[in-house]
Ligand binder design. Structure first.
Ligand SMILES: *[C@@H]1O[C@H](CO)[C@@H](O)[C@H](O)[C@H]1NC(C)=O
Ligand SMILES: *[C@@H]1O[C@H](CO)[C@@H](O)[C@H](O)[C@H]1NC(C)=O
Length: 440
């Protein structure tokens, strides 16, 4: 009798302190979290909730509904979320299913500008299954975690040389390191976080700004600009000049394909193209391309009242080689990542066309294509949230549109995780392990 009473008392004491544990509380953005809740009652309903305030002060949240096991434990990597912003067994659901809190501005995009500070998340646990009004509930427990793009010891260096604007990230250690020139898309500006994360993985990576908001017309971006940027990276004392890669997303991917197909100066060991195309052509400047794109915008089809589906603007893929980058000329391995539901660029059609051109030219063996069904255009480093559409303004244009990127949250999240793993492994293989090819 006494024993039982003590046991009961103990169990009430234990029940009074549910314990949330998260590892690591300070880690890298592409690291998996281990989230475990202990000391719950058996079969207790709880909600796990994460919230993040962006640099622009918008709040993003994600949550999952769980029921504890017979021991009063919830293990996020093993137990299923029954409902919430994600369902099923999803170790990283509290990250990738983030979305703006109800009542937020529309068309928001999750973008980290300052990579010298971490992404901060408040992870809380609530009794019962809560779906809204989180601020009015008192959590059973909350923890703050930090997620970093830059590992300790990575150096960030501003590049302002010969008119080239960029940021170079150098991995910790004596070096020199293989180098990556990293380019983003038509949204322009200087986007640093992928280059910072690549440096964390051992590559001296330079984020290159080639379209600048507002000053677009003043900026004469052409082939020379990219060649100068490449040489600046190549000649840096911390960079191995014989171990270089280009990496691009969207328009940056087009730049990559065009440069490696045509430039005598840009001759990297490999390149990574995310959501890219070998169309349209560069004539003399990128301004012309964008003017051309604007003209073709008139052909666009709109899904909702203002949702823009850009992919149609670029279709059909021209048959004549003179209207595209001649990928048959490429002499280095190319990794191509394609979102099967990309609504922004015709990446599937482009991949097929590239395969055909390269087949004919005899360099098809250099092309590795990964198609991710259900993924959209913005394939980012892992665990960042999926956006089906966001506000977008084309450089050189005052018009803002809601750009439809495509994809669904879950397959898109899977694509981000898998493509990032493959990208890092590919760069490691080509830049650290492969024997540099002798170029003829
Ligand atoms: C509960 O804990 C016991 C002892 O630690 C363990 O053997 C058992 O597998 C656990 N049950 C569940 C459902 O995790
Ligand atoms: C996106 O555009 C809409 C319509 O112009 C506007 O109401 C909204 O505030 C914009 N969102 C952001 C994040 O700028």
């Amino acid at each position: 009798m006494k024993m039982l009473a003590v046991k009961r008392l103990l169990s009430t004491v234990v029940q009074a302190c549910p314990l949330l544990s998260i590892k690591p509380t300070r880690g890298l953005v592409d690291e998996k979290l281990q989230i475990v809740v202990r000391n719950l009652r058996p079969k207790q309903a709880v909600t796990l909730h994460s919230v993040h305030q962006s640099e622009d002060k918008d709040f993003w949240e994600a949550f999952g509904h769980y029921v504890s096991d017979d021991n009063g434990t919830v293990t996020v990597a093993k137990d299923a979320s029954l409902s919430g912003t994600y369902v099923g067994v999803e170790a990283m659901g509290l990250m990738w299913s983030l979305r703006p809190v109800p009542g937020s501005r529309t068309g928001l995009r999750f973008l980290k500008k300052d990579v010298l500070s971490p992404l901060v998340f408040h992870i809380s646990m609530y009794d019962g299954h809560v779906s809204q009004g989180f601020t009015q509930h008192t959590p059973l427990e909350s923890l703050v975690i930090e997620r970093w793009y830059m590992a300790p010891g990575v150096q960030r260096i501003d590049i302002r040389e010969r008119g080239v604007r960029g940021t170079l990230f150098i991995p910790p250690g004596p070096g020199p390191f293989p180098g990556v020139l990293d380019m983003w898309g038509g949204g322009g500006g200087l986007v640093e976080y992928r280059a910072a994360l690549l440096a964390t993985h051992g590559f001296a990576s330079m984020a290159l700004e080639y379209l600048t908001s507002g000053e677009f017309k003043k900026l004469k971006v052409d082939v020379n600009y990219f060649e100068m940027a490449y040489q600046i990276l190549q000649n840096h004392p911390m960079v191995r000049r014989d171990r270089l890669a280009l990496c691009g997303l969207s328009l940056g991917s087009y730049v990559t394909l065009f440069m490696v197909a045509t430039s005598k100066i840009i001759q990297p060991q490999c390149c990574v193209c995310i959501s890219g195309s070998h169309v349209p052509p560069v004539k003399t400047s990128f301004y012309e391309i964008l003017l051309d794109m604007k003209k073709r915008l008139e052909k666009h089809r709109r899904e909702n009242i203002q949702e823009l589906i850009w992919r149609d603007v670029m279709l059909p893929i021209p048959a004549e080689l003179c209207f595209k980058a001649d990928v048959g000329q490429i002499t280095c391995p190319v990794l191509l990542m394609v979102g099967g539901d990309d609504q922004s660029w015709p990446t599937l059609e482009s991949a097929e066309d590239m395969e055909q051109i390269m087949e004919k030219a005899g360099n098809r063996h250099l092309l590795q294509v990964h198609i991710y069904p259900g993924a959209g255009h913005l394939i980012e480093p892992p665990y960042s949230p999926h956006h089906r559409a966001t506000n977008f303004s084309l450089q050189g244009s005052k018009d803002k549109v809601l750009m439809l990127w495509g994809g669904q949250a879950k397959p898109h999240a899977d694509a981000q995780e898998d493509s990032w793993e493959k990208t890092v492994a590919f760069l490691q293989q080509q830049l650290y392990h492969a024997t540099p090819q002798v170029k003829l």
